[in-house]
Design a protein around this ligand. Structure first.
Ligand code: CA
Length: 234
């Protein structure tokens, strides 16, 4: 990857952490700009394009949830890595619902952040180079996924997909009718090693069900396989 063109928008209000991250991201060769509150983040975002957003959750003026939500209305694709000080499930779920692709709980090791960023950037550039045959994949009762445009149609209407959502769907579609283990998805889609929480997968599956299932509580397409993982039934 040519890192000279990688631009990272860092949104962090804790001065020392922000300065440390800014320094280290620059040392990695990323062109990085710092926003110290949610409003500055949105202003800077409009001066993109950005390759990736590192977004703290607790911010002055506009919080990280709202920043993610607003970024998603302007750009469905840019990867968003959320930083959360609280290891609370509801924050993670809410963050993912607001459009974040991944999260890291504070305090984290710098190396962990850098690896996570590398992984997200690699998948994002991999994804852009994957040739898509045909524009739309059709399934079920009028559902489709457009991997090129990253849009999808389900019983509740059309919607845009984030990069991560599209990657997960691609993974599932390529393995239609097969049971896939959470661990395999984490490794292939997220690039994580063993030992990472598999609940991340469940959070995304819950979200995708709201897109494609008539009744997300009784899924027909994104089916849980007890003790194993998931199966995509077209
Ligand atoms: Ca903060």
């Amino acid at each position: 990857m040519n890192t000279s063109k990688v631009r990272i928008l860092l949104v962090e209000d804790e001065k020392h952490l922000a300065e440390g991250l800014l320094y280290n991201l620059s040392m990695e060769g990323y062109e990085t700009e710092l926003a110290r509150d949610g409003q500055e983040a949105l202003d800077l975002f409009d001066r993109g394009p950005w390759s990736l957003i590192v977004l703290d959750l607790m911010l002055p003026l506009v919080d990280g949830f709202e920043v993610a939500r607003q970024i998603r209305t302007r750009d469905a694709r840019v990867p968003i890595l959320m930083l959360t000080a609280r290891a609370m499930d509801e924050d993670r779920v809410k963050g993912l619902e607001c459009g974040a692709d991944d999260y890291l709980t504070k305090p984290f090791h710098l190396q962990e952040l850098l690896l996570r960023i590398q992984g997200m950037l690699r998948r994002s550039s991999w994804y852009r180079t994957v040739p898509v045959e045909g524009d739309r994949y059709f399934f079920g009762d009028g559902c489709w996924i457009d991997f090129r445009e990253r849009t999808a149609m389900g019983p509740h209407g059309e919607r845009r997909l984030t990069e991560r959502e599209a990657s997960i769907l691609k993974f599932l579609v390529e393995r239609a009718s097969e049971t896939v283990a959470r661990e395999d998805m984490l490794r292939e889609v997220w690039g994580y090693g063993p030992g990472v929480e598999t609940r991340t997968v469940d959070n995304f599956m819950r979200r995708l069900r709201t897109y494609f299932e008539k009744d997300p509580a009784t899924p027909e397409h994104i089916v849980s396989v007890r003790g194993m993982g998931y199966r995509f039934d077209p």
